[in-house]
Write a protein that binds this ligand. Structure first.
Ligand SMILES: [Zn+2]
Length: 284
């Protein structure tokens, strides 16, 4: 099951306790569905039995009456049944933005029927689609009231609200009460961050290592050139010592090599000796 489907299944089990929020959630569901308005209410449909059960439960709680559902059974293997449910007009509300609790429920309902979220292991992307411009603006306002900034794209009268940041998507899941999904998301994010950190460290080590190796090879080239042209015996004692140590320990870092000198010298002092050797080699 995809992360999106798992998240929805989890949200199908979240039932807001207050009537105001139950109405707001039904309103969110109606808000993202191509509206089939009848004189009795709004017809919405879903392929998910758990979501259908939730809608019926919400209708029952809000109106005190059973909802009307028709099921179109699919004969194709692998295809889902389609549950078509009539949401009575009096079960939806205009007061979706009044209280934070209702705003959350409104967003939950909209996501359940019109949303999807990518697996955070692949990409950070959450979206809710609707054909109604005023509804998408309400969703943006609801998100904004919680400090979340959503993007909107409009294509052929289809409005797409989206979140593209890991942080924002995690906040959204927290708001609507998808705690399991949130947990999964946080775990993936921790692993991702850790991988990035390790990669950075490894790259940094590799870069340093390469620099050390390149410098050592250059030094050996200089030393060989001097050795070939004038011989190492004609070098000053300190330069000769450095040159012989480098030839004996081609792989050593400057620091390790410095400790082999008597008396030991630091990195920069030894580097200075190799610079003098390099200048000498260049003159020869
Ligand atoms: Zn409420």
């Amino acid at each position: 099951m995809s992360f999106s489907a798992r998240t929805k299944l989890e949200l199908a089990r979240v039932l807001p306790p207050r009537i105001c929020c139950q109405e707001a959630e039904l309103t969110g569901m109606v808000a993202v569905r191509p509206e089939r308005r009848t004189e009795l209410g709004f017809e919405i449909q879903t392929e998910k039995a758990a979501v259908a059960r939730k809608i019926l439960m919400l209708i029952q709680r809000v109106t005190g009456q059973r909802g009307t559902v028709t099921i179109r059974r699919s004969r194709q293997a692998g295809k889902h049944n389609l549950y078509r449910i009539l949401v009575p007009a009096r079960a939806v509300t205009e007061h979706i933005l009044d209280h934070p609790c209702c705003r959350r429920s409104f967003l939950r309902g909209a996501f359940l029927l019109g949303g999807s979220v990518s697996d955070p292991g692949n990409a950070y992307h959450l979206e809710i689609a609707t054909s109604k411009g005023d509804r998408v603006r309400e969703m943006v306002a609801a998100l904004q009231s919680f400090g979340l900034t959503a993007g909107i794209v409009t294509r052929k009268r289809r409005h797409l609200l989206y979140l593209k940041e890991g942080e924002g998507i995690a906040d959204f899941l927290r708001l609507v009460g998808a705690n399991q999904a949130l947990l999964h998301m946080e775990n993936v994010r921790v692993v991702k961050d850790m991988k990035n950190t390790i990669n950075r460290l490894v790259n940094c080590d590799t870069a340093n290592l390469n620099k050390t190796v390149e410098a050592a090879l250059r030094q050996i080239e200089d030393i060989k050139r001097v050795q070939h042209r004038i011989g190492l015996d004609r070098l000053s004692p300190s330069l000769r010592e450095a040159a012989l140590a480098r030839l004996a320990h081609p792989e050593a870092s400057l620091q390790e090599l410095g400790e082999l000198m008597s008396p030991p010298v630091g990195k920069s002092a030894l580097n200075h000796r190799f610079r003098r050797l390099r200048a000498l080699a260049a003159r020869l």
